[in-house]
Design a binder for this molecule. Structure first.
Ligand SMILES: [Zn+2]
Length: 467
């Protein structure tokens, strides 16, 4: 995520700007067409993926909502039986529920048996009717409805666009510390998920344009609705944007189609956005390893600046100066490597992806060695949890700027080429997986041929353990 850059320092811009309620009348709700469900298949995901999602969803304008059925096939890759599974309902943050948004789950079954569940804010726990043993698979079916609030945010409707970075129940991450159920905070991003495969069928009024993670595989035209089928492999989330008047410009970058979807009033920025996104994607592919997905979508959404999701990024094409916009797009594209491909816990270790996205942004602009020459004061260690930063300003100074300065100074110390070789090795080793600070330190050390732990510690990074 990037909020804004002004006069050489990141502003503590409050992310969520409350929007006035729109009063225009929407077309009446249309009946939902019959959807044929794909046959269940036996799927096993050794190692990397614990889950596969199949979602049939219907988007309605009045009241504005997206609802449907979600099938999750979950493999217990842990060395112990699981008695319950936790899902995150990120839409149930109070900033959204206060405006009438949020997700309710009306029924849950596990392997055909009705299952008990409990909801605590954004934590939705499903109690398995019987323990799921190691390597066994469970099929969880959830019926959900998500009401979309009127707000200019990564989840909300505003200015003719429904932005849905989060909208459906997402399996929480289970690791050596157990379930990751961090609370949400006023700044930073709480989102943390493992990679998964998705098949999503979305039905919406024909008058609207949908943009989604992954690629469109099929479209079926009804009388007044359209059903789009998307597939995405090895992605960390499945984001959606639905626009009333989206226009598109596209370009091919290697094997990837880069699309910019913009509102008509943003047309003045569309070509600049496409240029920036295409150049960034090509540059980061060459620098950190090839972008592995067939499509990348930049969606003009009414946010403060930008927010990243898998193969799809929201960026406001309108509300910034050119020079700010020119930093937002590379930063968000860089997140396709830092967070989307190499996963990290954005709540516990937000510096991991934000510092690399910021440094990548400097590299792509060609001024990484000279940007922000004055050291940011070390007010708190780099690898501090979002919960332990005193405020948004400190968070951005440390996790973004001081973190990026670490890489700039490391490039001075060991040479930029050795640093980039280390970062390529980091991507290669942790692509589609989840990395921690100690993984970054050990991978770059190994690649550099010297122990970089003292250097990282000189920036107050405290590696937790080494390989
Ligand atoms: Zn960011």
């Amino acid at each position: 995520m990037l909020l804004g850059v002004v006069a050489g320092s990141l502003l503590g811009v409050f992310l969520l700007i409350r929007a006035g309620v729109e009063t225009e009348q929407e077309p009446a709700e249309k009946p939902r067409p019959r959807i044929e469900r794909p046959p269940p298949s036996e799927i096993s995901y050794p190692g990397i993926y614990p889950a596969r999602y199949e979602i049939d969803a219907v988007y309605k304008e009045e009241p504005r909502s997206i609802s449907g059925t979600q099938i999750v096939r979950y493999v217990n890759a842990e060395d112990r039986p699981m008695r319950s599974l936790h899902f995150r309902l990120w839409t149930n943050e109070s900033v959204f529920t206060d405006l009438g948004g949020g997700t309710t789950v009306s029924s849950v079954t596990v392997d055909g048996e009705r299952a008990r569940s409990s909801l605590d804010g954004t934590d939705f726990e499903v109690f398995l009717p019987k323990p799921l043993t190691e390597n066994a698979t469970a099929k969880i079916v959830l019926d959900f409805e998500t009401d979309i609030p009127e707000i200019a945010a990564p989840f909300g409707h505003h200015s003719g666009v429904s932005s849905m970075g989060v909208w459906h129940p997402v399996l929480a991450v289970y690791d050596e510390d157990g379930w990751n159920l961090a609370p949400t905070t006023e700044f930073g991003e709480p989102y943390f998920a493992e990679t998964a495969d998705y098949k999503v069928r979305l039905t919406l009024p024909k008058s609207l344009t949908a943009v989604a993670t992954g690629v469109e595989r099929n479209r079926a035209e009804g009388r007044s609705t359209r059903t789009l089928t998307y597939e995405a492999e090895s992605v960390r989330d499945f984001a959606l944007a639905i626009g009333e008047k989206f226009e598109r410009v596209s370009r091919k970058v290697g094997g990837t189609t880069v699309n910019v979807y913009h509102r008509p009033e943003s047309a003045f920025r569309a070509e600049r956005a496409l240029d920036l996104a295409s150049r960034s994607l090509a540059y980061f592919s060459e620098t950190f390893g090839a972008y592995p997905y067939p499509e990348f979508d930049l969606v003009d959404a009414p946010l403060v600046a930008g927010t990243e999701y898998s193969t799809l990024t929201f960026a406001n094409l309108q509300n910034t100066e050119d020079y700010v916009f020119d930093t937002v797009v590379p930063h968000e594209v860089a997140h396709q490597w830092w967070y989307v491909q190499v996963g990290s816990d954005q709540f516990e270790e937000p510096w991991l992806d934000e510092s690399l996205a910021t440094y990548s942004e400097w590299l792509s602009a060609g001024d990484a060695a000279s940007r922000f020459p004055d050291p940011v004061p070390p007010t708190t260690p780099l690898n501090t949890s979002v919960a332990d930063f005193p405020d948004s300003y400190t968070y951005q100074n440390v996790a973004y700027l001081r973190g990026a300065q670490l890489y700039r100074d490391l490039a001075y110390k060991i040479g930029e080429e050795r640093l980039l070789r280390g970062l390529r090795a980091y991507v290669e080793k942790y692509r589609y997986r989840t990395a921690k600070t100690e993984d970054l330190v050990s991978t770059t050390s190994k690649s550099a041929g010297e122990d970089l732990t003292p250097f990282f510690e000189s920036y107050d990074v405290a590696p937790l353990k080494n390989d």
